[in-house]
Design a binder for this molecule. Structure first.
Ligand code: HEM
Length: 434
């Protein structure tokens, strides 16, 4: 293919593009893809992005060296909350160091132990679901995800002083940070602006105090090697030079895991039930499977939910050295955005791509460059197996505990924090108990 200089771009002025991107993102992207093909420019942020919707191009992005494409710049807006050591903000060597330190607790065999805690939390929370009155599945999913974070990530007991000391500040920060207005203000002023620092300071202080106290108490706890929670495991890891993580690094990575793991998983669960309550057969099959030790259908539901309603529409990379992708040349400063949403809707990959069909995944493994809810390459989500396990555990616990019904018409995706979330939070109804 001859190398041309730049991909086609939307000709609309930036404010018009911004409006369409915020109000009808999916239709806007689909229209541009129909008009321009699998690589096209959009301009709604400070810099234009090139959206990529073709698995071959996305493979080039995910396999490019870490020195050529960076991910940290795009996450800058999260800096005030996450802190400068956060894996999400780093690139190249510094990123690899944090990633290697963070990966062991997310390993498959560790997950098996963490699963039991997830099951306990999920069963308890399902018992508390409101009966006879509609509720938002996202809110319930958040409550479940919060308790799972407290137990599995931070290692607090299910109840007690330590649990309560952390639960309040964690919940406040999660609620506070999800406000689109605050995120927009952070973006406009810049993450390092002193007003932004002043704005985040008071809300982060109680959480930081609680986390530093927990870290110091846990460091002093004998036998942490035997514990299964992620914080305890992070306290025992060392890099190649034999250095462990400092308190500041631990704080930043814990906040990263808390924020990253909470909104994403609860949004995915809200979508799963938004779709399932409108597909009686699929729900009945889940309810039946939840009474057995089979998980094939439950896994298919998670895969299909994340295909049809990916929590994040894009991942984003900034070009640091010239690179050719799909026949186009990109220069330092350019931004490329593999589009999860458009790839997942390709009719040449997924038959009847706009329909919710968990059965398409029975006996089928998702493709590395065709199913991308967790991104890819050296930046692929480290919590993907954790999230898939949590989804499976919660889907089963809900299906076993209660029969949910849809409320109102199907919900549309709307932007919330960094996610694409159901417009009414995934409203469902559990019949009143008799
Ligand atoms: C359904 C739930 C989730 C979704 C859809 C999701 C999605 C993503 C995506 C798209 C990325 C960026 C990948 C890229 O740039 O290529 C990411 C990164 C990350 N995620 Fe998740 N995530 C989920 C749950 C979690 C959980 C439960 C945790 C931890 C407890 C977590 C921790 C992380 C971390 C630490 C990164 C940064 C990885 C790096 O930069 O090397 N995520 N996630």
């Amino acid at each position: 293919m001859p190398i041309t200089l730049t991909p086609p771009r939307s000709a609309s002025p930036r404010p018009v593009q911004t409006y369409y991107f915020m109000r009808g993102r999916k239709q806007f992207l689909e229209k541009l893809q129909t008009r321009h093909g699998d690589a096209f420019g959009i301009h709604f942020q400070k810099r234009p992005w090139t959206v990529l919707a073709n698995p071959e191009m996305i493979k080039q992005v995910f396999t490019a060296p870490a020195t050529v494409l960076h991910a940290g710049d795009a996450n800058e807006i999260l800096r005030p909350a996450l802190g400068k050591h956060s894996i999400l903000l780093l690139d190249e060597g510094e990123h690899m160091r944090q990633r290697k330190l963070l990966l062991p607790p997310f390993h498959g065999e560790r997950l098996a132990a963490q699963r039991a805690a997830m099951e306990r939390v999920a069963a308890q929370q399902v018992e508390r679901f409101p009966r006879g009155t509609p509720f938002e599945m996202r809110t319930q999913g958040q409550a479940i995800a919060l308790e799972i974070i407290l137990e599995v990530v931070l290692g607090t007991a299910a109840t007690g002083e330590e649990h309560d000391r952390l639960a309040g500040p964690v919940e406040s920060v999660l609620e506070w940070i999800a406000s689109p207005a605050r995120l927009a203000l952070t973006g406009t002023l810049g993450a390092r602006h002193r007003l932004v620092k002043r704005m985040y300071g008071p809300i982060l202080k109680p959480l930081d105090d609680a986390l530093y106290r927990l870290i110091s108490e846990r460091r002093a706890t004998p036998g942490i090697e035997q514990r299964d929670d992620i914080l305890s495991m992070l306290l025992t890891v060392e890099d190649e030079d034999g250095n462990g993580m400092s308190d500041a690094e631990l704080r930043d990575e814990l906040v990263t895991l808390i924020i990253d793991g909470h909104e994403t998983t609860s949004t995915a669960l809200a979508w799963a039930f938004e779709r399932l309550t409108r597909d009686r057969e699929a729900l009945a099959r889940l309810e039946a499977e939840s009474l057995t030790d089979q998980t094939e259908w439950t896994e298919a539901i998670s895969l299909e939910t994340l295909r049809l309603r990916p929590v994040l529409d894009f991942v984003v990379r900034t070009v640091k050295q010239p690179i050719e992708i799909g026949g186009y040349m990109f220069e330092p400063g350019d931004v490329v955005a593999p589009c999860i949403y458009l790839v997942h809707r390709r009719a040449d990959i997924y038959e009847d791509p706009n329909s919710f069909k968990p059965e398409r995944w029975l006996g089928v493994k998702p493709g590395t460059y065709t199913w991308l809810p967790f991104g890819g390459g050296v930046r692929r989500c480290i919590g993907s197996a954790f999230a898939m396990t949590e989804m499976e555990v919660v889907l089963r616990a809900v299906a076993r505990g209660v029969h949910l019904e849809a409320v109102g018409p199907p919900e549309q995706p709307v932007p919330r924090f960094i996610t694409s979330s159901p417009s009414r939070g995934g409203q469902v109804l559990a019949p009143a108990s008799v």
